[in-house]
Design a protein around this ligand. Structure first.
Ligand code: G4P
Ligand code: MG
Length: 169
């Protein structure tokens, strides 16, 4: 893949985008009880959202790509919220991820979380790629925010950088 097919974002740009999303969420009147971060890409965006919304974060671990970068047919659960404790039942949940790409992971995650009978789930992603999606946002989900709409290019996030100086910080 050539560099023209990649888009780089710095921590600073990401923080600015999340601030804008958090303000939009607050203006919408949606007041989550809990943030759920989809790891690993959603961890840092969720933590920045917490700075503005000040709500606790629960995490779920999902992986679509194997260690050798081959996509799996379905996402693999690495870690999940304790289903016995019913932590999400009746709660307003803000689900956070870094990128809405094919929507495969997002749809899988939303369906799993809906089975915990939350009052409502809203979705906030840092970036949405404008492309044909493989997954869908289930109709129960009425609120969705994307910080930025992007072309279908590979996004290089600062947390993946081996050399943060050449990434642009
Ligand atoms: P979606 O439902 O949110 O659209 O995600 P999808 O299943 O299409 O793919 C999810 C995986 O692909 C995630 O990683 C996500 O981080 C990664 N991904 C998709 N597009 C990009 C991109 O442009 N840049 C980067 N850096 N990653 C991208 P994962 O393997 O599921 O786990 P993790 O990396 O979050 O740990
Ligand atoms: Mg990833």
């Amino acid at each position: 893949m050539s560099s023209e097919e990649k888009i780089f974002f710095t921590y600073n740009q990401i923080h600015q985008t999340i601030k804008k999303v958090a303000e939009t969420i607050m203006e919408s009147g949606f007041d989550p009880d809990v943030i759920v971060a989809i790891g690993t890409g959603g961890f840092i965006p969720a933590r920045i959202i917490k700075t503005y919304l000040n709500k606790p974060i629960l995490t779920v671990g999902l992986r679509l790509y194997d260690a050798d970068n081959k996509p799996r047919t379905a996402p693999e659960k690495i870690q999940w919220i304790d289903e016995v404790e019913k932590k999400l039942k009746g709660k307003r949940v803000l689900l956070v991820d870094e990128v809405d790409d094919s929507r495969t992971t997002l749809e899988y995650c939303l369906r799993e979380l809906l089975s915990d009978e939350p009052a409502e789930i809203a979705v906030a992603v840092l970036h949405n790629k404008n492309k044909e999606k493989r997954g869908i946002i289930p109709e129960e989900i009425k609120l969705y925010w994307a910080g930025e709409e992007l072309e279908d290019k590979w996004i290089c996030y600062p947390w993946d950088a081996l050399d943060i100086d050449s990434h642009g910080i």
